[in-house]
Design a protein around this ligand. Sequence first.
Ligand SMILES: *[C@@H]1O[C@H](CO)[C@@H](O)[C@H](O)[C@H]1NC(C)=O
Ligand SMILES: *[C@@H]1O[C@H](CO)[C@@H](O)[C@H](O)[C@H]1NC(C)=O
Ligand SMILES: *[C@@H]1O[C@H](CO)[C@@H](O)[C@H](O)[C@H]1NC(C)=O
Ligand SMILES: *[C@@H]1O[C@H](CO)[C@@H](O)[C@H](O)[C@H]1NC(C)=O
Length: 393
Amino acid sequence: MTTTSPPTPQALLTRINTNAARDNIDFTVLPFHKEALDSITKLHEEATTIVLPDFTNATKIDTHTHPVPSWFRTLELSAAGRETPSWNVTDHLAFMSARGIRRSILSVSTPQANAFASPSKFERDAELRKKKTVALARLLNEYAAEVCRIWPERFSWLGVTALPFVEESVREVGHALGLGAVGISILTNAEGLYPGDAAFTPLWRFLEERAGRHGREVVFIHPTDPVIALDDGTLISSRPSPLRSGLGEFYFETARALSSLIASSPPYNSTLLKYPSLHWRISHGAGAFPDISERFLLGFPNESAAAREAYKTRCWYDSAGPVWPRQIKGVLEGMGVGVGQCVFGTDYPYGIGFWDVDENIAGLADAGFIPGEEREGVLWRNARELWRGKIAL
Ligand SMILES: *[C@@H]1O[C@H](CO)[C@@H](O)[C@H](O)[C@H]1NC(C)=O
Ligand SMILES: *[C@@H]1O[C@H](CO)[C@@H](O)[C@H](O)[C@H]1NC(C)=O
Ligand SMILES: *[C@@H]1O[C@H](CO)[C@@H](O)[C@H](O)[C@H]1NC(C)=O
Ligand SMILES: *[C@@H]1O[C@H](CO)[C@@H](O)[C@H](O)[C@H]1NC(C)=O
């Protein structure tokens, strides 16, 4: 659908509902669907009242940020053991302006569309769980799309999927990319399945084909809590430690997810190596992965050379959290990755109050072991290179 002038709220709603009906998506399975649709059509009201802060000298591109629509926040009041933060565009723009961030890439954080798979809200009826997941993915995508339609200078977005439901995810991702998403965002696991699971092959194939001969598609992997499926299909938490998962478990999840993409033994299928147009945005400087990367490859000698090459060319590691100047050495020195694969991220608003974002930025800016020019690259140029024209500066 191509429109040059902004749609009226009614036209927007009609488009969203018509597309949902076309795709067999039933919003009414979600008790909060009216509130969600309202919040999308009301976004433009914030645009009319907002006093835009100054972005004159802002250059940074923040590749790891999260929109939190209020109805999504209510759905999961706790994220990785901390209170899910409130968010709005006004606050986000103020945060960006104060730190010289010109553009932020939005992607919904955990649990994304899998809210009904989390042990606390587990929907036992598998068919209903699927319908809810699919409907939630669509609402989250329409929300992010509308934010970026209204503020195209400041925000880009990554679409969420309906994984582990693969057919529905292919359709959802097609819809999101058609609406202007600059890639997709997945969780480290979806109902206990890791991204390299061969069951997800149709999604990667779809993206590879869409990327075309010279293009690329970006897949962001964001941590979530680990779960395990019992024989009767119930999902329970498999977090072995009472410590909140944001402290360490998220890093182990990131390592598991990346491992799954390399492994060639069932259920995995060396996904990372098979789709040369897919570029993987890895959260938090690859989490715990650098520590296991060499040991893990001992199990896959036939893939190891290609995997090491992929780490250096098609994986992109963000700075969100206390990653620079110390932890990043696992990526740079341990895995031999160039600074050109490192991008800037803040994890706004989830990172606020967890770590000191300003200290993180300083940690990057002051990392004396790499040349200033390369540090500048991390702040914006590398992201522009990753997205190749899909994000305007
Ligand atoms: C932007 O940078 C220029 C040149 O350094 C400076 O003169 C100007 O005051 C800055 N503007 C703002 C709003 O920070
Ligand atoms: C955004 O959230 C802040 C609280 O974090 C609140 O003070 C402000 O009124 C909100 N702005 C809008 C436009 O909703
Ligand atoms: C694994 O990938 C190959 C392509 O390299 C494909 O032919 C095969 O079907 C995949 N296996 C599974 C189980 O999806
Ligand atoms: C590596 O590839 C060779 C030749 O295709 C094969 O015989 C061997 O089983 C593979 N090794 C592993 C560990 O998969």
